[in-house]
Design a protein around this ligand. Structure first.
Ligand code: HEC
Length: 131
């Protein structure tokens, strides 16, 4: 069971990397200095909607807290990026916070955490992102 889960995470991460490589070859190469990889625009739109809708169901539609704590720049300031990314990917044992590694890869989780710390963008219809 544990082995299956580890294997599954590896498969997802590898698939994610393959997708990123594929995307990169025809992305316009926006390279924000603070992240390793910037998801492609259409993927950014999906991630924004996922955070607003799925994460928002617990963290609040405006991310100002609900069942889960607020995910606002002022509440996340000073917390380690690595720990926050780990929480997004693996969840927190014994709490309602599940891991999202089936849905996002490490680079995407890093991008989400960086955006949360900056002030999360509005829903993707407002973003230049949709193809
Ligand atoms: C089912 C409810 C639920 C959903 C859905 C959920 N979370 Fe959480 N999240 C929580 C709870 C509860 C905690 C606090 C866990 C604890 O007590 O440490 C938490 C903690 C966190 C933390 C750590 C915050 C801190 O200040 O340390 C981050 C970051 C986070 N969640 C991000 C996300 C993201 C991103 C998503 C969507 C991909 C998400 N969460 C979806 C319930 C949820």
């Amino acid at each position: 069971m544990r082995f299956d889960r580890v294997l599954w995470v590896h498969v997802v991460v590898l698939l994610g990397l393959a997708l990123l490589v594929a995307h990169d070859s025809h992305a316009e190469g926006v390279d924000a200095p603070e992240h390793r990889v910037e998801p492609a625009p259409a993927r950014r739109a999906e991630l924004i909607n996922m955070v607003r809708q799925d994460c928002g169901s617990c963290h609040g539609l405006t991310l100002n807290g609900g069942l889960g704590p607020a995910l606002l720049p002022e509440t996340l300031a000073g917390k380690s990026d690595d720990e926050l990314v780990f929480t997004v990917m693996r969840g927190r044992a014994g709490t309602a916070m599940a891991g999202w590694s089936r849905f996002v890869n490490d680079a995407e989780a890093e991008w989400i955490v960086a955006r949360l710390k900056d002030g999360f963008p509005p829903v993707a219809t407002h973003v230049e992102a949709i193809r």
